[in-house]
Ligand binder design. Structure first.
Ligand SMILES: [Fe+2]
Length: 562
């Protein structure tokens, strides 16, 4: 059974191939279109996924898509009359846009599979693709389930549980009662792009005083005894559909919003802090309902809000769940994987066995391809006999390294194959990379990658965090040793690296540990602010020469600027 999973309806379009239950390949369209969080139909992602899988369209037995256009339509019909004169953007967003997306899909299907019978098509509901998909690829046999995003088919939050056979929904919330949209409004208020830059809001929050606006922010959204969300919509302008999120009452409460190029004022930080804290508190309320209503030891979280790694860290610390699974592409990009596994395990009743703990499922370039390109570009280079030892030395000498290896990661975090790396013990590195390499805001923190067996010596965490989605505290006596990755509140967005999953990255960090005494490197995504992570060697070379990167390591080759 060869299942092609596709997310084409929502942003972060993507494609994957699941062959007899194994995730053979998964790629995001943005890496090829070079348009971050793209809405573009994933033509290239589908093409490259099949190429990596060594398949032709005729090999595909099932196509799973993460949208069920018939779902919750009655809720939209009931919502529409309240809009009155503001009906136009609603019709444009829910009617015209949806029709256009479906037409694009039909055109792709016809050209891809031709006029023959073609594979079976499965429309998987958006939150089912989020939640069931994440559960089926988690290592758990049963789990409490929580899916939270801005909105998918009008649904915004889904709480439930599974015994591995069926899914029980405890409660569901619907637009405009949305935690994703609530957090997007705070992102917009802080001068960042909503539904795009939520990570910036999360990074800004620790600089603020969360108590200053906590009461006001808390009034905007509540959770009832069933876990359903209730938002006071009078503070928002959600009916713009893609336009401005905050309403006049929001500004009365918190002040003037920040313009994109304005200085960040103290009250912007305080609003970010309050929004972050209220988000965490409301999700923890939902988790406490799941703690009471289910007997599961583990929790699976999915949806765009699950990318809030600070929130995930609090869930881990403050609930009875032994561990939390969040897939590396927890946003809409991962729904192609979710839809495919929902079809494999639920529709076709195949036993659950695949554990997605390896995010390196993307495209790959051989040493031969890389060397040919370097020669074509007439770049000075050397081939290393032991790239891990040589790169560890280069890092220890204080260089910032572009590190391009093996198969590309899935999801928004670079996890050691398309990464920018440096020595985390050097205090000036954070400012240097922000200013000279990433060209981004000076306050933004960087994350550490540590070898899994030593992570507990440096960080307050006793579970693994392979996808950089669980924020924890740096141990008090280690903060001075890791200044470049310790955030202002003493936290870090840790990635633990296992030898079995990524032997080359694990060895590099180990070799760096031999030189520095600290088996930890600073790891940030290989891109410039606003651009997607690099996919190919040529993109890596372009990024290298347009930033302050010191050394580029492509496969076994070392490229320098001089
Ligand atoms: Fe979603």
């Amino acid at each position: 059974m060869n299942i092609l999973g596709i997310n084409y309806f929502y942003h972060d379009t993507s494609a994957c191939v699941v062959k007899d239950g194994d995730l053979v390949v998964a790629v995001e369209q943005e890496r090829f279109s070079r348009d971050k969080h793209t809405w573009q139909f994933p033509h290239t992602a589908i093409e490259r996924a099949l190429k990596e899988a060594g398949m032709e369209p005729g090999d595909i037995t099932d196509v799973a898509v993460s949208i069920d256009p018939t779902k919750h339509w009655h809720r939209k019909v009931l919502y529409a009359p309240r809009l009155g004169l503001r009906m136009k953007p609603f019709v444009k967003h829910e009617g015209v846009r949806a029709w256009y997306r479906q037409r694009e899909f039909k055109a792709w299907w016809d050209s891809f599979f031709g006029s023959g019978k073609g594979p079976r098509l499965h429309n998987v509901g958006h939150h089912l693709a989020h939640i069931a998909g994440s559960f089926y690829i988690s290592g758990y046999d049963r789990a409490a389930l929580l899916s939270i995003d801005g909105s998918g088919e009008w649904s915004t939050t889904w709480l439930g549980e599974t015994d591995g056979q069926s899914f029980r929904c405890l409660s569901e919330s619907f637009f405009p009662n949305s935690l994703g949209s609530f957090y997007e409004a705070a992102t917009e208020f802080c001068g960042f792009r909503p539904n795009y830059d939520e990570g910036k809001t999360m990074g800004l929050a620790p600089f603020g005083d969360h108590d200053r606006f906590k009461e006001e922010m808390g009034k905007l959204v509540s959770v009832d005894a069933k876990g359903r969300l209730h938002v006071d919509t009078s503070y928002f302008e959600y009916d713009n559909w893609g336009g401005k999120r905050c309403g006049a009452k929001y500004y009365e409460l918190f002040g003037k919003p920040r313009g994109r190029y304005d200085e960040i004022e103290k009250y912007h930080e305080d609003v970010a802090a309050a929004a972050q804290r209220v988000l965490e508190d409301r999700v923890l309320q939902m988790c406490s309902i799941l703690e009471k209503e289910t007997t599961a030891d583990y929790l699976v979280i999915a949806g765009g809000v699950a990318l809030n790694s600070v929130m995930n860290g609090r869930i881990l610390r403050e609930t009875r769940f032994k561990d939390v699974y969040v897939m590396p592409a927890a946003g809409d990009n991962g729904t192609s994987i979710g839809a495919a596994y929902y079809v494999h395990n639920h529709v076709h009743k195949s036993p659950k066995r695949y554990h997605h703990d390896n995010p390196y499922v993307g495209t790959e370039y051989s040493n031969d391809e890389i060397e040919a390109l370097i020669k074509e570009c007439k770049l000075p280079y050397e081939r290393s006999d032991d790239i891990c030892v040589d790169t560890a030395r280069i890092l220890r000498e204080g260089n910032i390294v572009g590190w391009f290896q093996g198969r590309m990661e899935i999801g928004p975090r670079a996890l050691g194959n398309r990464s920018i790396l440096c020595d985390p013990t050097l205090p000036h590195m954070k400012d240097k990379i922000n200013a000279e390499v990433k060209h981004r805001e000076a306050y933004r923190p960087f994350a550490p990658s540590a070898i899994a067996e030593c992570a507990h010596e440096f960080f307050e965490i006793d579970v693994e965090a392979p996808f950089m989605l669980k924020v924890c505290q740096v141990k008090d006596d280690k903060k001075c040793k890791l200044p470049a990755i310790t955030h202002v509140d003493g936290s870090a967005r840790l990635q633990t690296v296992r030898k079995e999953t990524n032997p080359r990255y694990h060895r590099l960090i180990s070799e760096f540990g031999n030189l520095s005494g600290v088996p930890v490197v600073l790891n940030t995504s290989f891109n410039i602010m606003g651009e997607p992570i690099v996919e190919s060697p040529i993109q890596a070379i372009r990024c290298f020469f347009s930033t302050g990167l010191d050394v580029l390591v492509l496969g076994d080759f070392i490229v320098r600027k001089s």
